[in-house]
Design a protein around this ligand. Structure first.
Ligand code: AMP
Length: 114
């Protein structure tokens, strides 16, 4: 499935997407359908289906993903705050089955989500 996975293809550079950040294990790009002035997706290059698919050996990867979120939030000037979301599974509203963190900011975000 990683061959056809949309985010695997983006990570491999097979789709025309501007990468905002790329490290050995992580890439980040703007969401195609932004719901806030800043809406960035941060993903592992490795195919992990969701948070529920993480293995114990992915701990360092999770650290890298969160470090990337922090760096991107600084790059975007989100000094007033931001939100990080990982929709997981059908009840969580996940539509792309490759682990991704939404970095949302640039406006006041409401709580609770729908
Ligand atoms: P989720 O619903 O949490 O699985 O989030 C998937 C996100 O991927 C949605 O916010 C989509 O707008 C976004 N998305 C889908 N296709 C692309 C694409 N080709 N480039 C960037 N973002 C995308």
């Amino acid at each position: 499935m990683p061959e056809n996975c949309l985010f695997c293809r983006i990570a491999r550079g097979e789709l025309p997407t501007e990468l905002l950040l790329e490290t050995e294990h992580v890439v980040a790009f703007r969401d195609i359908n932004p719901v806030a002035p800043t809406h960035i997706l941060v993903i592992p290059k490795k195919h992990v289906p969701s948070l529920a698919g993480l293995e114990p050996e992915d701990q360092a990867l999770m650290g890298e993903l969160m470090a990337a979120v922090k760096e991107l939030a600084e790059q975007e000037g989100l000094s007033s705050g931001y939100r990080v979301v990982a929709n997981t599974g059908s009840d969580g509203g996940q539509s792309v089955n490759h682990l991704h963190f939404h970095l949302l900011g640039g406006r006041s975000l409401q709580w609770p989500p729908g």
